[in-house]
Write a protein that binds this ligand. Structure first.
Ligand SMILES: O=C(CO)COP(=O)(O)O
Length: 248
């Protein structure tokens, strides 16, 4: 099964109106798909400004609507022009105490609004050092993924917490082993067609200098990029590396 490569940018809590000009500096590519998840305040304007880049949210509330001050529903994201939503990012888990069960309910809310969910999973530094990585990932997948998961509604991003924003990256062998493990877990639960079709992104300190090497790893279908997605020069280099990998 061919899985379309995806370069996804997570702007986190960065970006004002003026930063939308970065879109103009991105290369246009044909094989790879490009997605940016800006802060919620910019989704609508970003979606209006571009047709070559998909736009996504960074979180949503599990409920359709209601008395939840400060929260944003999946339908609101879709209404603003989003097609994707990042869920379960480690910063949400850390800052807001999000559990696998909550992430699972958010994924269902995303699907109800016709959004594609990007589920983030990853081990902490302590878990990595204790050799618990695969066990942690198995638990996160089992706890977060609802029945009905398919290549059309779900993307999984493996983001080791210790690699986010640190400049540290696992070895290519480690990324390969983890992605092969994730593929096997998805196949075991959802069957070969589904397991083989779901895209697996790597995230954590992806930069222009290491992108090509990471994209050459089997079962890496793209990247979820934080800091390096904020500037068109850097994100553009990463997109070009992914386009080259897609052509290979
Ligand atoms: O958390 C990330 C993307 O969601 C990765 O962030 P960095 O690319 O800044 O390490």
């Amino acid at each position: 099964m061919t899985r379309r490569k995806l370069a996804a940018g997570n702007w986190k809590m960065n970006g004002l109106n003026a930063d939308l000009t970065e879109l103009e500096g991105l290369p246009s590519v044909s094989r790879a798909e490009v997605l940016i998840c800006p802060p919620a305040t910019l989704i609508e304007r970003m979606a209006r400004k571009t047709s070559s880049v998909s736009v996504g949210g960074q979180d949503c509330h599990p409920a359709r609507s209601g008395a939840h001050t400060g929260d944003v529903s999946a339908r609101m994201l879709a209404d603003a022009g989003a097609t994707h939503v990042i869920l379960g990012h480690s910063e949400r888990r850390q800052d807001h105490g999000e559990t696998d069960a909550l992430v699972r309910s958010k994924i269902k809310a995303a699907w109800n609004a016709d959004l594609r969910a990007i589920l983030c999973i990853g081990e902490t530094e302590g878990q990595y050092k204790a050799g618990e990585t695969l066990e942690v990932l198995r638990g996160q997948l089992a706890g977060s993924l609802p029945d009905g998961t398919s290549p059309d509604n779900l993307i999984v991003a493996y983001e080791p917490v210790w690699a986010i924003g640190t400049g540290l990256v696992p070895t290519m062998a480690e990324i390969r082993d983890v992605h092969a493990f994730l593929r096997a877990e998805l196949t075991a639960r959802f069957g070969a067609d589904t397991g083989d079709g779901i895209r697996l992104l790597y995230g954590g300190s992806v930069k222009p200098g290491n992108a090509a090497e990471i994209f050459a790893v089997p079962d890496v279908d793209g990247a979820l990029v934080g800091g390096a997605s904020l500037k068109a020069d850097d994100f553009g280099e990463i997109i070009k590396a992914l386009e080259a990998a897609a052509a290979a």
